[in-house]
Write a protein that binds this ligand. Structure first.
Ligand code: AMP
Ligand code: MG
Length: 364
């Protein structure tokens, strides 16, 4: 694996590798992506292999010019209303952390879209990502550059740790500024656009620009809402399930520490246990916890000031750090549900459910 910086010469080299069908991980404003030429089926197949990602999970195709859509999107399948919506959304949020699901041309490989009639498209704002895409083939399929089911990478070192021996190149462009994945918005449906995944653009911002959008009722996900209703305590049943899942036993083949998700502002009221880690939303919440549990350690804070934006940028890095400490468990608390908070709550609830799943690689 070659490690490159983000200079012009190095981006040119990365782009050449992409054109040759190689896998190149690169920085974006959301998280690091694992790039492959979107029209090279062999390269696409290797993406699934490297990540241990199930083939029914489609990839996002990254572009860096609006006219790149012509090769991918079946515009004829969009009525006037949706074309106007597309123009408005693209003008307001691209480049940026928003992915649009649109009807696709038949030339787009099924492997990129999991055989769907639609393709997911994003125009990232990160300059290194834009240069790499433009200098290569103009259409780069890229899921997050992590093994399937694991923490997303927001730094080059996370990519190397997770996939270093399975890919051809990593471009180091420093930490990702947004820190959570893009919001995925489905424009292929006949009703109002529908949010399929919460992410870097909040529902409020979308609605301010284009009017009502449909969205899952509980951004934190049904699982989390069911498993951890109120009050910040995990149910004993959850812990039993965690222990009986082989992928969750520390020291076995499943890496990653079980994560227990608590309600918003609820972690301050839990009782400290040595050997367990704590991830607070704000400095205020940590201080309240320390007030009740003097001498507690392994305490991390997403944002001292309680800023959701800052929390997003820090989330995956702090989870990676906590994961390296060899703790028995990580406790985290939900954030306020507005804006990026919805995306963070979604990721945290998946992280907590993910620690109950079998290890990566089982689904390939
Ligand atoms: P990742 O690249 O790993 O961050 O995940 C890409 C996300 O986009 C996943 O949630 C996919 O299910 C979603 N996605 C990609 N293509 C489509 C599509 N054609 N229709 C609906 N969702 C999609
Ligand atoms: Mg991912």
């Amino acid at each position: 694996m070659i490690l490159l910086g983000a200079s012009d010469t190095e981006l040119r080299r990365g782009a050449e590798l992409l054109k040759m069908g190689k896998l190149v991980a690169f920085p974006t404003e959301t998280v690091y992506g694992l790039g492959a030429d979107a029209f090279n089926t062999r390269a696409l197949a290797r993406v699934f292999e490297a990540k241990g990602r199930p083939r029914f999970d489609p990839l996002i195709i990254h572009i860096a010019r609006f006219d790149a859509l012509d090769r991918i999107v079946l515009f004829e399948a969009l009525d006037g209303r949706r074309r106007t919506l597309l123009d408005k959304i693209a003008a307001s949020f691209w480049p940026g952390p928003l992915t649009l699901v649109l009807p696709k041309r038949k030339e787009v490989p099924d492997l990129a879209t999991a055989g769907l009639a639609t393709a997911a498209l994003r125009f990232p704002s990160h300059p290194a990502a834009q240069a790499l895409i433009t200098l290569s083939t103009g259409a780069v399929a890229a899921p997050s550059a992590n093994p399937f089911g694991r923490l997303s990478p927001t730094r080059a070192e996370h990519v190397i740790e997770g996939l270093g021996d399975k890919i051809d190149c990593v471009i180091d462009g420093g930490p990702s500024a947004v820190g959570v994945e893009s919001t995925v918005l489905d424009l292929s449906v006949s009703g109002p656009p529908r949010i399929l995944r919460y992410g870097g653009i909040g529902r409020e911002a979308l609605e301010a620009a284009i009017g009502p959008v449909e969205a899952p009722a509980a951004a934190a996900g049904e699982d989390a809402a069911g498993a951890y209703p109120q009050g910040g305590r995990s149910s004993p049943g959850t812990e039993d399930r965690a222990r009986s899942a082989p992928g969750n036993l520390r020291g076995h083949y499943a890496p990653g520490t079980p994560l227990i998700l608590h309600g918003s502002d609820a972690l301050a009221y839990s009782v400290y246990r040595g050997g367990e880690g704590y991830l607070f939303f704000s400095g205020k919440n940590r201080d309240a916890f320390v007030g009740r549990n003097p001498g507690a350690s392994a305490l991390f804070v997403l944002s001292e000031a309680g800023s959701v934006l800052e929390a997003a940028a820090n989330l995956f890095e702090l989870l990676h750090r906590l994961d390296r400490l060899g703790l028995d468990r990580i406790h985290a608390e939900m954030l306020p549900q507005e804006g990026l908070g919805a995306a963070l709550n979604d990721r945290l609830s998946r992280a907590s459910a993910g620690s109950l799943l079998p290890p990566p690689g089982k689904y390939t």
